[in-house]
Design a protein around this ligand. Structure first.
Ligand code: HEC
Ligand code: HEC
Length: 275
């Protein structure tokens, strides 16, 4: 009985997306529909429908509608690092993941359980195949893309932008593509966004010098920044005439016109393999 109910909870997400899967599951379901009293079925279905609805309100802005990925990783067809079973997901929702932008969600335990059950089922549907050729993407990354001039992967490269060693586990495909094509738009806005450590700043010093770079560190008196050539500056704030924090802008060039669409697809495919 327990197993049969599990199958039922898996049904909702798969029917909406994967026709082959749904045919398979409906075949399983024919005998179950006869065995299980109808109240049980409708209770289960409404639970997972509620789970989906709650997911859409609380999680989809980062994980995409249906868990396809965005600023947060895709939750489809994967093993979680921090959740070996469904109950771990309940905890994850209620506590968030410290050190990341995923903060705790303020909902009732019961609602967290519904979300967890929906996400657990998502993790068991087949992941969408990622288009593109990862090995050619890797090639582009270190050659014509010039990406290694600003990014470190497994210790190789220069760390002006974020370390990309596990970017495939942190980000979904749509976000990765947007990061490459239109860097500024994918930066979460505001001081507390996930790239607040990669804030671009423009500085005019009282001696007339003008600088632009990444803010490394800032307090009431000092601003540390690194420019695109990798030079490091420690500036005293009382010597700064004008300081502009460029939220939503990036020092990373957009590649929409320098790389073709196939090259960008390959780059994205490569980055999804970085876990
Ligand atoms: C503000 C954006 C944001 C929101 C909102 C958010 N997440 Fe996340 N989530 C992330 C990011 C980013 C990661 C990747 C963290 C990392 O590994 O660095 C993540 C990771 C995860 C993981 C994978 C954990 C692992 O160990 O593999 C799960 C599962 C998850 N989130 C579920 C949820 C659920 C369920 C909700 C809604 C209750 C939610 N998230 C809301 C950004 C978000
Ligand atoms: C001049 C330096 C520079 C170059 C060159 C560069 N990047 Fe970036 N990249 C950054 C910075 C800085 C960020 C942080 C967010 C922002 O400012 O856009 C970033 C962010 C990213 C992100 C988002 C990472 C995350 O954790 O969310 C991805 C993905 C990315 N870059 C991929 C690439 C790829 C692929 C290339 C080559 C085609 C590339 N970058 C070239 C500086 C650079």
């Amino acid at each position: 009985m327990y197993l049969q109910l599990k199958l039922l909870t898996m049904k909702t997400p798969s029917t909406s997306k994967f026709s082959i899967g749904s045919i398979k599951y409906s075949l399983y379901l024919i005998p179950l529909l006869i065995l299980i009293p109808t109240e049980v079925i409708s209770a289960q279905q409404s639970t997972s429908a509620q789970g989906e609805e709650l997911f859409t309100s609380y999680c989809a802005r980062c994980h995409g509608v249906g868990g396809t990925g965005g600023e947060g990783p895709s939750l489809q067809g994967r093993q979680f690092v921090r959740a070996k079973e469904e109950s771990d997901l309940v905890r994850l929702v209620l506590t968030g993941i410290s050190g990341t932008v995923m903060s705790r969600t303020w909902i009732a335990l019961d609602e967290a359980r519904q979300i967890a059950s929906y996400v657990w089922a998502l993790a068991r549907v087949d992941d969408q195949l990622v288009e593109g050729n990862p090995s050619s993407g890797s090639e582009i990354f270190s050659s014509i893309g010039g990406c290694a001039n600003c990014h470190i992967i497994n210790g190789q490269g220069v760390g002006i932008g974020p370390d990309l060693s596990n970017v495939g586990a942190r980000r979904g495909v749509p976000f990765l593509r947007e990061s490459v094509v239109a860097p500024g738009t994918s930066i979460p806005r505001g001081e507390r966004g996930s790239h607040s450590n990669f804030l671009a700043v423009r500085v005019e010093m009282s001696d007339g010098r003008k600088l632009r770079g990444m803010r490394i560190n800032e307090d009431a008196f000092i601003l540390n920044l690194r420019d695109t050539e990798g030079r490091y500056y420690m500036l005293q704030k009382d010597k700064i005439d004008k300081l502009t924090r460029e939220f939503g802008e990036s020092i990373m060039p957009g590649y929409g016109s320098t790389l073709n669409s196939e090259q960008i697809t390959d780059l994205v495919a490569y980055m999804t393999t970085l876990r």
